[in-house]
Ligand binder design. Sequence first.
Ligand code: ATP
Ligand code: MG
Length: 248
Amino acid sequence: MDATTGSAVRTSGLVRQFRTGTERLTAIDDVSLEIAPGSVVALTGPSGSGKSTLLHMIGAIEQADQGTVTVDDVEVTALRRAALARYRQRVGFVFQRYHLLPALTVLDNVIAPVLPLRGRGDHAARARELLDAVGLAGRERALPAQLSGGQQQRVAIARALMGAPRLLLADEPTGNLDSTTGGQILDLLLDLRDRHGMTILLATHERAIAARCDRLIRLNDGRVVEDLDLTEGEDPADTYDRATRLRL
Ligand SMILES: Nc1ncnc2c1ncn2[C@@H]1O[C@H](COP(=O)(O)OP(=O)(O)OP(=O)(O)O)[C@@H](O)[C@H]1O
Ligand SMILES: [Mg+2]
């Protein structure tokens, strides 16, 4: 893809409904967005507003009932089977609860998602590089339970990077961490964007995290109710002020 033009992610008229008993709940209600390549976008909104559902739809974990998702000019909502599987391999996912496999070492957790693709040996060198990049060199043989929450999230980020994603989707990546550790995880994500031009969409409840992103999109009842460019005319030194002003 051309990293300087167009949108990395485009959603158009996206709708997702869930049936709960006899009720039909609209989790995502006509969401149309354009996300610029290399931007870091905070997705905020109250619990149940649709943040996770939207991330899942963009990552093709969840299907759309209506509308389209286009990523790097490929219409994801039109992909079938093999192409869809390939697409999912190219998107990095990070979750609030890390989802590491407790019986596997740190190194094997990072390798696990790409293991079906080729032999373990092919991937170990890359996994080591990624663990180094997230500040975990030397901890390759540890088990997840031997690491702090922040360290476990770093392993999850390294794992998400194995497929060299252009797009990283993070669902409350700092939600289980104290504010200092959460800030460090965001430092890491911003650094990955700076170095690799990755586009990052992250759901968060935390003002201090959202305030450091390029853009804030707020959902309520599945609709976009606020869309703020946080880079425009702002001195980066004002981040703290901005954090205190943002309504989440
Ligand atoms: N698999 C499902 N079946 C039924 N309803 C669902 C399902 N997944 C999500 N929902 C509903 O869709 C709405 C949006 O949920 P979603 O998880 O996207 O919210 P969220 O903004 O991520 O919330 P939180 O901040 O608590 O993580 C909620 O009302 C939720 O109950
Ligand atoms: Mg959620």
